[in-house]
Write a protein that binds this ligand. Structure first.
Ligand code: PLP
Length: 355
């Protein structure tokens, strides 16, 4: 069979997303979906969609959506690029900015998709270890010669870096691109979006999947200097001219325009995150303070695999990785107050049974 494939494809080790179980009744805290319902204004948009608008191709450059994003960010629409989820935007950015460049700097503990795009596009990488406490090695990043990708806050640790620090990494070498993946925008980490006009080598990506409770919609975007957006458009228009359908463009614009929803929903998640952090600490976990809608935590005596399996048996899904440095950690999405209480109850039952 592999003989019929392009040879490169046989070498790929694709990204494996968290499980989307098809069985009902699980408490799903494994893929950082938002715990709350999205903006209620979306229902009216769905009602108002005219069937005839589906007969036609969508606006290939999603102008109305880009204008809405620009208005909210205080940027012009030509500083905005949109795609089918930020994973697509990131994939295009790898092609647009990293291919044929010196090796791409990637942290050892970060979003697992970065090395996958690098392998897909034949991009060399330079893996840079985070410190013992998972903090980001700023000095190493300053000195790295090639482009750099950072999730800010980082995944799966939830640790954020300040925009002033990112600006100094960018300024240390203006001839390399610094891609800042803000997938967890809105949960307390300060954004680098205000830097893109003054720093043409900074590209910021965002998604509606986490901050706006719209993982099912598949909309992401990039904010950057117009010259950088042009490179992304070249890749997009060499791949798929219509990445966002008519419905997604309209729903995304309505969701982003509802800035009140974002601030209320984010502050509710941050309140629940604080409570969950306190509950986990009480259960014997060491918790890394998070600026995302998840918590990365390690129990002081029980192993990660054991706890993951014990929770699964109690119908609660969390995420973990069989990787050195983080094998004993659980990454737990912040749920509703009820879900978080059920999680803590299940953990207490498990811990009680071992002691
Ligand atoms: C979830 C996530 C993404 C992907 O988001 P989509 O827009 O749903 O594709 C990208 N980067 C990080 C760090 C994420 O956690």
């Amino acid at each position: 069979m592999n003989d019929l494939w392009s040879p490169h494809i046989a070498t790929l080790a694709p990204y494996i997303p968290g499980e989307q179980p098809q069985v009902a009744g699980l408490i799903k805290l494994n893929t950082n979906e938002h715990a709350l319902a999205p903006s209620s204004g979306i229902a009216d948009v769905l009602q108002s969609i005219d069937l005839d608008s589906l007969r036609r191709y969508p606006d290939p450059s999603a102008t109305a959506l880009r204008e809405t994003i620009g208005a909210v960010e205080g940027l012009s629409a030509d500083c905005v690029f949109v795609g089918n989820g930020s994973d697509e935007v990131l994939g295009h950015a790898f092609m647009a900015f990293f291919r044929g460049k010196p090796p791409l700097g990637i942290l050892d503990i970060t979003y697992g998709f970065y090395p996958v795009w690098a392998a897909l596009y034949g991009i060399d990488t330079h893996i840079m270890p985070v410190a013992e406490d998972f903090s980001v090695p700023i000095g190493d990043l300053m000195q790295h010669r090639g482009p750099i990708i950072l999730a800010n806050p980082n995944a799966p640790t939830g640790i954020g870096i300040k925009p002033s620090v990112i600006a100094s990494i960018a300024a240390a070498n203006p001839s390399r691109v610094l891609l800042i993946d803000e997938a967890y925008f809105g949960f307390g980490c300060e954004s680098c979006a205000p830097l893109v006009n003054s720093h043409p080598n900074i590209v910021v990506t965002r998604t509606l999947s986490k901050s706006h409770a719209l993982a099912g919609l598949r909309v992401g975007y990039a904010l950057a200097h117009p010259a950088m957006i042009e490179a992304l458009n070249r890749v997009k228009d060499s791949f798929n001219s219509y990445p966002l359908d008519v419905i997604a463009q309209r729903i995304a614009a309505a969701a982003i325009a509802d800035t009140q929803w974002l601030s209320q929903a984010s502050s509710e998640i941050m309140t629940q995150r604080d409570a969950l952090q306190a509950g986990l600490t009480e259960c014997g976990f060491d918790v890394i303070p998070s600026q995302a809608n998840f918590i990365f935590a390690k129990h002081r005596s029980l192993g990660g695999r054991f706890l993951f399996d014990a929770l699964r048996e109690q119908r609660i899904l969390v995420r973990r990785w069989d990787r050195t440095r983080i094998a004993d950690y659980l990454r737990i999405t912040v749920g509703t107050a009820e879900q978080n209480a059920m999680l803590l109850k299940a953990l207490r039952a498990t811990i009680g049974n071992t002691g």
